[in-house]
Write a protein that binds this ligand. Sequence first.
Ligand code: NDP
Length: 448
Amino acid sequence: MSYAQDALKEIFREVVKRNPNEPEFHQAVQEIFDSLEPVIEKHPEFIERGIVKSIVEPERIIKFRVPWVDDNGKVQINRGYRIQFNSAIGPYKGGLRFHPSVYEGIIKFLGFEQIFKNSLTGLPIGGGKGGSDFDPHGKSDAEVMRFCQSFMTELYRYIGKDVDVPAGDIGVGGREIGFLYGQYKRITGLYEGVLTGKGIPFGGSLARTEATGFGLCYFTAAVLADHNESFAGKTVVVSGSGNVAIFANQKATELGAKVVAMCDSNGYIYDKNGIDLDAVKAIKIRDRKRIKEYLTYHPEAEYHEGCKGIWTIPCDIALPCATQNEIDEESAKILVANGCKCLCEGANMPSTPEAIAVFQKAGILFGPAKAANAGGVATSALEMSQNSMRLSWTFEEVDAKLKGIMENIYRNISAAAKEYGMEGNLAAGANIAGFMKVANAMMAQGLV
Ligand code: NDP
């Protein structure tokens, strides 16, 4: 075994030992380490000076009780988290996830990924992530507000516009960010850009809502263009029907594709005529209902229980935009057998390592999450800039900057893969390009 392999293996063993029962975090670390061997061969100082060992250890983990009272007057207790993972290149930045599956290992995996993603945007933002095991499904607006107020009553001590700037993620959209912001302002008396994804009247950026989904399509379009291809005339499957999925569908359609399937955590819809996105927006955004309701708008479409079946629908391009590990080896094989030529990840870590191996073996164009979905956080950083300047840019200005950032990310990761002898391997290119900037900043700042 080489020096680099040995050293990375040893550090990974330590990660597993120090973070037991956190498989998602182990998976995220392993995925980065798999690409770092040639980097360590060239730069053994990243091992010798403890950079790799430090980068897998969060700077700070904050864990707290979130008590609130439901509409029946009953006390409910949830658990809140904020993991401030790495501030080498800027203040911590990353979303909040409210979902019953949230525990420390999920927030750690997301925070770790966020370090490299934020680095790839080229903007000065460090990595962090937070959330709670609170489930907003089926809760009244008043319950969601009381929960958010209680969550912020603890979180406000640890965040600030130059310290840590949270945003949305699964279960945290405009409504939740509004309640969180209101409580921060009330406690601190500060009107500052401490959260992104805010409403437009109180400091939000135009195009932030659309940014992750639009950015995913700009990235995918750049990958396709480099292979003399485009979205025009292609059949696309988009999983999920939340923020990322809806705007990925919108942009892919604008670029000439036909999106034929979407899902939620109960099941998927297949509409061979192309999904009617206005109906999906009405069901999921306006009414907060289940995707199954699509049949009331389009009885000719199909609905199937369970989400996994969505990957059996033949498509040219797949855009997973729901959640982690939603595509396993079996689904990956079906996608490839059905002729899928390109898969770019809108969700964080939606493909298992076995699924990625299938895509790479089949030679399909694979865009990893930390590059492909970086448009959301990039536009959050643009929101921070506008807040600092006390100015607002137009939708077109923000959208043009987003497009430029996504195309630049593609160029940079593609070049990094080539430089380290892995041409075409965008997963490795993203890991290496994201890592180098943070590792060099950490080296320059000494042991901190
Ligand atoms: P939303 O809460 O808006 O939507 C999530 C969607 O995925 C919903 O349709 C939800 O269904 C579905 N979903 C959630 N869990 C599961 C599951 N276990 N199985 C099947 N479907 C599921 O979240 P976002 O759209 O914001 O986030 C989606 C993904 O994109 C996440 O991985 C997130 O980390 C990532 N991401 C988001 C960014 C953003 O800016 N929002 C930025 C970068 C990445 P249901 O309605 O039933 O809950």
